[in-house]
Design a protein around this ligand. Sequence first.
Ligand code: FPP
Length: 248
Amino acid sequence: MKFLQKKEIEKDKLPKHIAIIMDGNGRWAKKRGNIRLFGHQKGVSTVNEIVTASAELGIEYLTLYAFSTENWNRPQDEVSGLMSLLVSALEKNLEKLLKNNVKLLTIGDLQSLPHEIVKKIHAAQELSKHNTGLTLILALSYSSRWEITQAVKNIAQLCIDGKISIEDIDYNTINSHLCTNNIPDPELVIRTSGEYRISNFLLLQSAYAEYYFTKTLWPDFSKQEYLQAIYDFQHRERRFGKTGEQIK
Ligand code: FPP
């Protein structure tokens, strides 16, 4: 991998929204003969590095897949460990986030999280709500299938109540009922750890996203590789269904 300098990144061609599937914490820990939670702890350091780099670069939106709907099926001690880690990471870094003008948002089925944790997340969100720099979106108990099911239920209810007619439903209607309503679609989706899957993450929103897959495990992911992913994105031809000639 070529060593990239920050100056090689074109400031006027930054992806507005980057979304990351942070994968490989468990394998990173196992390789070191340690428990999975150790990998998640190291993963938090990478989160800090990438959030700081995003704010410095001028990325507008960063979404991190921190906990999926399916992650509830992991062993109980890992689930509770991850929840505690989330809160402690938030508490430890809140001051820095606020100082860096970061606005915190969440997407997902927050009601399924322990009440005490939700209260702390909401308090952090409230403190950051007037910030105008990077918007950091934590996907918590999130999955696209859950999100789309909720959207369909809500739209169906509007039809039953006579507030909209079936003919009025278009993609904008659906989009406005997703958790990411008011957030632009991700332009770049990164997945670490050598898995080539989307895993129920922002399925509709990523319809035209560029993907960057790397074998690097999340705890080893770095600002340098993040720059590489952005550089890669900036050198791709995005066609949105058109021909290469039409784009030129
Ligand atoms: C996937 O690795 C990672 C997760 C399910 C959790 C990600 C959470 C963090 C990085 C820490 C908390 C996050 C924030 C935003 C403070 P895996 O466990 O599936 O790894 P494996 O595939 O190697 O088993």
